[in-house]
Design a protein around this ligand. Sequence first.
Ligand code: FAD
Length: 291
Amino acid sequence: MTETNNAPTLSFEVFPPNSDVGVGKLTDTLDQLKGLEPSFISVTASNHKLDYEKTTIDLAKYVHDTLQCPTMVHMPAAYVTKKEVKDVLDRLEKMNINQVLALRGDIVDGYVPETDFKYASDLTSFIKEQKPNFQVSGACYPEVHPDSKNRVDDIKHLKDKVDSGCDQLITQLFYDNEQFYRFQEECAIANINVPILAGIMPIVNRKQALHVIENCSAHLPKKFVNILDKYKDNPVSLKEAGIAYAVDQIVDLVTNDVQGVHLYTMNKSDTAKHIFRNTASLFDLEVPVEE
Ligand code: FAD
């Protein structure tokens, strides 16, 4: 097999704007991603209702038609019915989008979930029944999903999810690659053999840094905390150091034969471009000429 065939994939995640920003303003920014040719761009969705028209579907259409990039749509299922999912799948098929990230979504206090899909695995098997040609991805958690009793249960349920029809997995963000490598080994032991794409979120501003420190259950290595601390009042350096940290993580992951890297862009196209330029050859990708 040639080196080209073995190259890992690089993909991006974007999220729809809230209704007062509008897709138009966001697309001005995302237009900068044109020509980068990631293996796909995924579009997140609100977990409460498949309010797809003005949000996820609109943005997915733009990614597919304007950026001309393979598109993956996130689909959280806890608050939707089979009929609603079927309608969205038909819609996606008509748009020539056949990649879905099948999710349960978070259970929100005070909102009673629907009963059609209890776990992401229920949605995965439903999609595979309805649209056997769709590629279905699933979420996974190198540092264990917060609802899980323990690591063993988490991996057992992940194995069930993969057996229900997941073609690949995408991880929650992490800042310590050792956590990812340990998780990869646990998956291998549990006979989870689908590709696992590593989710990387570069830190590019103070607000995001504080949010990560306060809310992130991921292990934050000392080297990473030092960066956030030292540059918390220096936006330019914080951004540069945050991007450099992400590039360093990616280089290490690729050196250790990761199957793919999924970049949480936070809709910051300049950051995504910067990282792309610094890592493209690792993924056998070319930096566009106008770059
Ligand atoms: P599941 O796989 O169903 O797992 C949820 C919990 O249930 C886990 O603890 C699991 O171990 C347990 N479990 C699974 N099966 C069983 C079983 N049979 N019996 C008992 N326990 C079981 N959320 C959004 O709202 N919108 C998004 O766009 C979005 N995108 C995401 C993208 C990625 C890459 C990731 C990692 C997460 C994303 N999320 C998103 C968050 C996700 O919806 C939440 O983490 C949610 O709480 C769990 O969803 P899941 O699909 O992993 O659930």
